[in-house]
Design a protein around this ligand. Structure first.
Ligand SMILES: [Ca+2]
Ligand SMILES: [Ca+2]
Ligand SMILES: [Ca+2]
Ligand SMILES: [Ca+2]
Length: 330
């Protein structure tokens, strides 16, 4: 019984591993906002980086910071990547009227040949004292975080947006930024807190050059916003091999003689052709990455089964050929 359980557990493990491998996500870009290697490629261009005329800890700012650089209503942010992140508070206090919205552009990110794109980022905000407004509740403006992407000079498309979740003027998690999912500038999704939370969004597009931008609107004290560790991932599509057609340089062959199998097909993402006898996936005779393979069939006939294997592919059907062996002794 235990043995059977172990076998089932092993089988389930192998199945989950195989299906995970098929959808493997590979990170190809990041901006950690640390001092070195950020962003990993392309260019980060912030509208401002600092606290206006003030010295640290900034009371109002749009800047790449550590916790000690900024004057927070609640102590400090937690859960950031590394030590530095980007933070914003009271943008017009720092940079003057008309600068309530501050922006960072992340440009010239190469996505050529990449598929299955997705974005991950860490976001945080003050959720302690009901700081943020939305036009949807009759206030004069909306505070927000909006991340958008653009591919090959096309229009900017929203990726993730955060707006105030209600108009209750006191208490934790009131007038707090939450993910906006319905288009009404009211956040009803996950509420941002003082501990960075990770959000993932798929980018249902492909192209050559991708630009990201983040727009942050904050115009009051305690309207404290932060973000960190933006990343882009690809999940390469795996293309299975074609089912090959087989021919032999000689058929029938004499007893103990060899013949060359000619394999006509396309490996795609497979790495080699596997040649079997007995059945497809049966007894492995050998493998080749070329289009030929020499076999020595046994009489009265031997059937060879060939399919592409290796890499990300799931082994499928075989092409087959039966080689007859002449019984005439020479
Ligand atoms: Ca503050
Ligand atoms: Ca960081
Ligand atoms: Ca909404
Ligand atoms: Ca505001």
């Amino acid at each position: 019984m235990t043995n059977m359980k172990q076998k089932i557990t092993l089988l389930l493990f192998m199945i989950s591993f195989l299906s995970w491998e098929g959808n493997a996500q590979t990170q190809f870009w990041s901006d950690t906002f640390e001092d070195v290697g950020a962003p990993s490629s392309g260019t980060r261009t912030p509208e401002n980086d600092g606290g206006g005329v003030f010295s640290t800890p900034y009371p109002s700012y749009f800047a790449r910071v550590t916790n000690s650089d900024i004057d927070l209503f609640f102590g400090s942010y937690s859960g950031q990547e590394g030590s530095k992140f980007w933070a914003a508070e009271d943008n017009d206090g720092a940079f003057g009227s008309g600068n309530e919205e501050q922006q960072i552009d992340f440009t010239n990110i190469n996505i050529s040949g990449k598929t299955g794109l997705s974005f991950k980022g860490l976001f945080a905000a003050n959720n302690q004292n009901a700081a943020f407004e939305s036009l949807a509740f009759g206030f004069t403006h909306s505070d927000y975080i909006i991340v958008e992407y653009q591919i090959d000079g096309g229009p900017y498309v929203p990726l993730i947006r955060f707006f105030a979740n209600n108009s209750v003027g006191t208490g934790v998690n009131n007038k707090s930024l939450a993910e906006e999912l319905s288009g009404d500038e009211i956040g009803e999704g996950t509420i941002l807190t003082t501990s960075f939370g990770e959000f993932t969004k798929t980018i249902p597009a492909t192209g050559t050059i991708l630009n990201l931008r983040i727009r942050v609107f904050t115009n009051g004290g305690s309207e404290e916003i932060a973000f960190d560790n933006f990343r882009l991932f690809e999940a390469p599509v795996c293309t299975n091999p074609t089912v090959p057609t087989l021919a032999a340089s000689a058929n029938p062959v004499c007893n103990s003689a060899s013949t060359t199998l000619n394999i006509t097909g396309t490996l795609n993402d497979a790495t080699q052709w596997a040649i079997y006898t007995g059945s497809c996936g049966g007894s492995l005779v050998g493998t080749t990455a070329t289009s030929t393979f020499v076999v020595t069939p046994t009489g009265p006939s031997t059937t060879y089964y060939v399919r592409g294997e290796g890499g990300c592919v799931t082994p499928g059907s075989c092409g087959s050929i039966t080689i007859n062996v002449s019984t005439v002794s020479l």
